[in-house]
Design a protein. Structure first.
Ligand code: GDG
Length: 484
């Protein structure tokens, strides 16, 4: 429940992310309220903020006027305003038109626009100033993701007393690709303002350290990147920054429990029945994003249908694509391509009463997601590049019955942990087809063994363990607060 503004002015723990953990919901009568956003980050942060004097700085999600700070579940929410132009240039532009494609191995062409970069710098500065206002002396500040890479150094300049951590939810690309960025040195300098930089995979941490070495002359010893702080026009303050992989996870127990409820089990049966009770239900659930490999998955599936290896009465592919970034042109193009691809597959292969592909461009409540997971014999997770991929872990957590099979791309962070999955290279369509068939037809006992191994892994490294590990690494980072 929403309460009045917290009268404390400073906090020992400050979380900063592009978005606040709430969404504004406007009722029919025009009154607006705040609802907790779905998603793992909010759950993870709740667990670390509980019992601490904590604040969260982020954008409220709409263009326009600044909103007064408010308190929710004991946490101070500090909204940061973005104008329509700033959303276009900073968020849709630099974040989602430059950094997102560049950091996902240029699956689509990144655009390098100076006006977008200028907006990114300005908004990062605004974030740093908003954080400084609410951070107590010596506070811990946990900054999230690629939208806020300049914040660590900006913060350190303003407030050397703070302990600053940053976590990258997406991949960090190889230096050959990162080197394309016209403002690459500024981004590295921005990040090196932190005490600890966390990544999804050791490879991402390694890519970052190599970029610092090649582009700034920094050196790496074990987990620590050391930089003399000098650049072309100034000799700077030396930095020692800890850099390591801390793979993110999900709230295993709550999903496991949700999937065991009779309502979810009943709904899972209903979903299968609505699909005509086929032998095999294959499922894809993704944000509609070109990184997720939806087109490769559809291509492989359409070939399996064409080859006669699957028939629409025997199997159904249920593809759910959650609407995402609909104002960015690459996302609109992708949607049109997927619409056409699904139409073509169904036109060619469906029979009356049994669609080859059931495609839904919607988002669903978490109960429905759990029921979908429980209804699916095979989950297809085929990204071309993905920082972690929480959907894969959520599927595993939902399968309390030991059923189901996970087809998982090698190009996800999750593949580094979930080695018992049916791993695939989504670029290799022939290989992907074989892997899908293997996941459909492997002996049930062998499949069950895989699923139980996956569940052990996700249970023991859940989101709470992740948050604890992250904060412990930040506490142990080399530089003492106040030192340079
Ligand atoms: C980024 C990185 C990294 C999706 N549709 C609905 C819904 N979802 C939820 C899923 C899952 C989350 O959204 C998506 O997380 P992913 O990890 O799969 O992917 P990204 O959104 O790209 O996330 C990724 C992640 O950050 C965390 O660090 O793993 O690599 O790209 O939790 O369940 N939730 C509900 N309805 C939907 O329709 N309720």
């Amino acid at each position: 429940p929403q309460s009045t503004v917290d009268d404390r002015s400073t906090f020992d723990l400050v979380v900063a992310a592009n978005r606040l953990p709430v969404d504004r919901v406007v009722d029919d009568d025009g009154t607006s309220t705040w609802q907790t956003s779905p998603g793992g980050l909010v759950t993870a942060m709740d667990s670390v903020m509980e019992g601490r004097e904590a604040a969260w700085v982020g954008w409220a999600g709409d263009p326009g006027e600044s909103i007064e700070p408010f308190a929710r579940d004991g946490v101070r929410l500090q909204p940061l305003a973005l104008s329509a132009d700033e959303i276009r240039d900073y968020y849709e532009g630099f974040c989602n038109g430059t950094l997102w494609p560049l950091y996902h191995d240029v699956i689509v062409q990144p655009h390098y626009r100076r006006s977008w970069w200028a907006a990114y710098r300005r908004i990062n500065q605004r974030f740093a100033e908003a954080i400084v206002e609410v951070a107590a002396h010596g506070a811990t500040v946990w900054v999230h993701d690629y939208q806020l890479q300049l914040v660590p150094a900006l913060l350190r300049d303003l407030r050397p007393d703070l302990r600053i951590g940053w976590f990258n939810h997406i991949p960090f690309p190889s230096v050959e690709l990162f080197g394309q960025l016209p403002w690459r040195a500024s981004v590295l300098r921005g990040l090196l303002g932190a005490d600890f930089l966390g990544f999804q995979r050791a490879t991402d941490a390694g890519n970052f350290a190599r970029a610092c070495h090649q582009l700034l002359g920094a050196t790496r010893t074990g987990d620590v990147v050391s930089w003399d702080g000098a650049d072309d026009d100034r000799s700077g303050v030396p930095r020692r920054v800890r850099v390591a992989a801390v793979p993110i996870s999900i709230d295993f127990t709550s999903l496991d429990q949700l999937a065991r409820t009779s309502a979810v089990r009943e709904r899972a049966r209903e979903i299968r029945a609505s699909l005509g009770n086929p032998e095999t239900v294959l499922l894809g659930i993704d944000r509609l994003d070109y990184t997720k490999g939806i087109r490769h998955r559809l291509r492989a599936y359409s070939e399996l249908l064409a080859d006669g290896d699957v028939t629409p009465t025997q199997a159904t592919l249920l593809q759910i694509a959650t609407p995402s970034r609909e104002r960015v042109s690459a996302y609109r193009e992708l949607r049109a391509q997927i619409d056409a691809q699904v139409g073509r597959i169904n036109g060619d292969h469906s029979v009356i009463g049994a669609a080859a592909v059931e495609y839904l461009h919607h988002s669903y409540p978490k109960e429905e997601m759990a029921a979908l997971f429980l209804a699916a014999d095979v989950l297809l997770v085929t990204p071309l590049r993905d920082g972690m991929n929480l959907v894969a872990k959520e599927y595993v957590a939902s399968r309390w019955d030991g059923g189901g099979a996970l087809v998982l791309s090698e190009f996800t962070g999750a593949a580094h942990e979930l080695s018992s999955a049916f791993l695939c290279n989504p670029h290799d369509i022939a290989g992907l087809k074989r892997t899908i068939l293997e996941a459909m037809h492997e002996h049930p006992a062998a499949k069950r063994k895989r699923m139980l191994a996956l569940r052990r892994r996700v249970r023991s490294n859940d989101v709470f363990a992740w948050a604890r590990k992250y904060l412990a690494a930040l506490e142990a980072a080399p530089a003492k607060p106040g030192a340079s």
